[in-house]
Design a protein around this ligand. Structure first.
Ligand code: ADP
Length: 353
């Protein structure tokens, strides 16, 4: 959800109520010459040491400076605003760099500051309108759209069950199509809602991933038994993460490894990890049908699938979920695969989430 601030054309840092960075928008990363969100949960004073907590508390605008890529100390104006998402209040810090001829802080023209403040105010209003719109759309999708769909599903089911004798074969087939499409749409909507609800939470939890994996295997026990799946896994570590999401991630990757297995070959899944300096690297390797390398990025996009429903059922949401889950763990996810020769899904979980 915080990615939303990427639409703000001004370098913007979002901080939580402990004055720690929770998000830097694209312009902000560019401005601070950073390439990743590695600074998440670092106190804001790291970038602006002269910034007093009192200023943050009172949300006062203040002037600061920053050494740019040419080694030149450039004066800045930091303007504050607050923003509430899911009942959590965030502080927004807009970074405004003064133009070349305004390098001396003492000579900064107050009309210039005013002008910049007005620009930000307009941007901010637009942002608030956009967010309101998003909230409304969210509500419409989760409530208003579901209602008529449920009606379609239940009446088409009624038609199918109660009007068996009155419908000819073609009529029965049409009713089946209606029901199938409506169920599909309901599933797509709930997938989309689930996708939208994956967000950075306040509390990271020290989690034993071995236990998480065991729980996932219990949940998938029927499938594992039915398809005679062999899961080989080294003892997984304990680390800080959002456990509900990591559980969903393992569940999706293992379910896919089973679903996309080769006909007449028992699925074999190998799970391994390596602890590295800044993160943990995990690998989930299968002996399934594999993926053509030209599709290796597309499969992580929502609703993107490489197969029709008739061969492999699904909605193309699982890997999009995985990608979002890994993004909020400041990691990366990718696949190494050769078509026909199995796939290895790799993902990292940062030690600085
Ligand atoms: P779904 O499983 O519902 O199709 P996903 O988002 O989980 O959606 O996967 C997207 C696509 O990626 C799948 O349709 C499939 O083509 C491909 N895919 C995912 N996992 C695997 C795998 N382990 N082996 C081969 N192909 C896979």
């Amino acid at each position: 959800m915080l990615n939303f601030f990427d639409t703000v054309p001004i370098p913007t840092i979002v901080v939580n109520n402990e004055n720690k960075i929770v998000f830097i928008n694209k312009n902000g990363l560019q401005f601070l010459k950073l390439t990743t969100q590695d600074f998440v949960l670092i106190p804001i004073n790291f970038f602006f040491p002269e910034m007093e907590i009192i200023e943050l508390k009172n949300k006062q605008n203040f002037t600061s400076s920053y050494i740019n890529s040419n080694g030149v100390n450039r004066p800045l104006l930091i303007q504050f605003d607050t923003y509430t998402i899911d009942n959590i209040e965030y502080k927004l810090l807009y970074i405004i760099e003064f133009k070349k001829n305004e390098t001396d802080l003492d000579t900064i023209d107050s009309s210039f500051i005013k002008e910049k403040e007005n620009e930000i105010e307009i941007e901010n209003k637009l942002l608030k309108i956009k967010n309101k719109e998003l909230e409304e759309i969210n509500y419409i999708i989760s409530h208003d759209l579901q209602e008529p769909l449920i009606t379609v599903i239940s009446y088409s089911k009624l038609l199918e069950d109660e009007y068996q004798d009155k419908l000819d074969d073609e009529g029965k087939m049409f009713v089946k199509f209606i029901n199938k499409s409506a169920v599909r749409m309901r599933n797509l909507i709930s997938g989309l809602m689930q996708y939208a609800s994956i967000n950075k939470l306040e509390e990271l939890v020290e989690t034993n991933l071995q236990i998480v994996l065991e729980e996932v295997q219990e949940d998938l026990a029927n499938k594992i038994k039915k398809y005679k799946v062999l899961i080989n896994c080294e003892k997984l570590p304990t680390l800080y993460c959002y456990p509900t999401y990591i559980r969903l991630l393992f569940q999706n990757l293992i379910s896919n490894a089973i679903k996309f297995s080769k006909q007449d070959v028992y699925p074999k899944i190998q799970i391994s990890f390596t602890e590295r300096e800044n993160d943990w690297l995990f690998k989930v390797k299968d002996n399934g049908i594999g993926i053509d390398s030209k599709n290796s990025e597309q499969i992580f996009m929502i609703f993107e699938r490489l197969h029709t429903q008739t061969i492999y059922k699904g909605y193309g949401i699982g890997l999009a979920h995985c990608k979002k889950i890994i993004e909020i763990h400041n990691g990366e996810i990718w696949v190494d695969s050769i078509l026909g020769e199995g796939s290895t899904f790799n993902f990292t979980i940062s030690k600085k989430i």
